[in-house]
Design a binder for this molecule. Structure first.
Ligand code: SAM
Length: 240
């Protein structure tokens, strides 16, 4: 591997390679998330005629918030994460439920080589912000290659969607809202996210999506922070 390639396994900000973090993840997140509801909402926005044959890659799958539900509807899921410990959590859950159509791979946006047929959907939820912008662009180019023509790319992440001059109030309010929902410990995690991770502005993300061969078909945000992009692959990207 080239010596200049970003080391995506080293974890910036919240350390998902920490056993305690992996074990408390679901408890913390379920204070403000309903994984099943999130997946049904995602599915209803896809307007697929038939989802039983759908194949999907979940990049940054974590403890399986999406992969586990997707496995009940779709044919095959590739669940990818740089944290072995997060993957261990989702493997435990999938074994309990006798789920057999998820392949778990300890890899990441910049290192995962998709050897099987290109998939119908690539999804990434709350994970792309772990890469600095240059590497986000590289990740998006690589995602293009994993998808079939007209395949769907769904991006859910903290992406700033407000005027830059408003940043102090916006960020303070965002942190307070999470503190109210999930307590002191999660407040500290959101502070870490803002300070040490690489969330970017929506117009930067949209420029990167276009350059990676994606057309944005739908954007959703309720608070100017959490953004959802439903994209279609409209052209193939040639990579050396
Ligand atoms: C906030 S969690 C989100 C997990 C899951 N997608 C969810 O919705 O709950 C972020 C996950 O991204 C993973 N991650 C961080 N950098 C990554 C990378 N470069 N490639 C793949 N996964 C990465 C972390 O290990 C962690 O499991």
């Amino acid at each position: 591997m080239n010596n200049w390639i970003y080391n995506e396994f080293k974890h910036c900000g919240v350390n998902y390679s920490d056993i305690e973090q992996a074990e408390i993840y679901d408890n913390q997140h379920q204070k403000f998330r309903d994984y099943e509801k999130e997946f049904i909402d995602f599915l209803s926005n896809l307007s697929l005629d038939n989802y039983h044959n759908v194949t999907m890659i979940d990049l940054g799958c974590g403890t399986g918030a999406t992969s586990l539900y997707a496995s009940k509807y779709f044919k095959k899921i590739y669940a990818i994460d740089v944290s072995e410990l997060m993957i261990k959590q989702v493997i435990k859950k999938s074994e309990k439920e006798n789920i057999t159509n998820i392949e778990f791979i300890n890899s990441g946006f910049l290192s995962y080589e998709h050897k099987a047929e290109p998939v119908d959907i690539v999804l990434t939820k709350s994970a792309l912000h772990h890469l600095p912008d240059f590497w986000k662009q590289v990740a998006l180019l690589r995602i293009n290659k994993m998808l079939k023509p007209s395949g769907i790319f769904y991006l859910f992440d903290v992406i700033y969607h407000f005027q830059p001059t408003e940043y102090i109030n916006k960020i303070d309010n965002f942190i307070s809202a999470f503190e109210a929902m999930a307590g002191e410990q999660f407040k500290a995690e959101v502070e870490t996210h803002i300070r040490d991770e690489f969330s970017t502005f929506s117009w930067i993300m949209e420029g990167m999506l276009a350059r990676a061969g994606f057309e944005v078909e739908k954007i959703r945000t309720s608070d100017g922070f959490v953004m959802e992009y439903y994209c279609k692959k409209v052209r193939d990207i040639a990579l050396p």
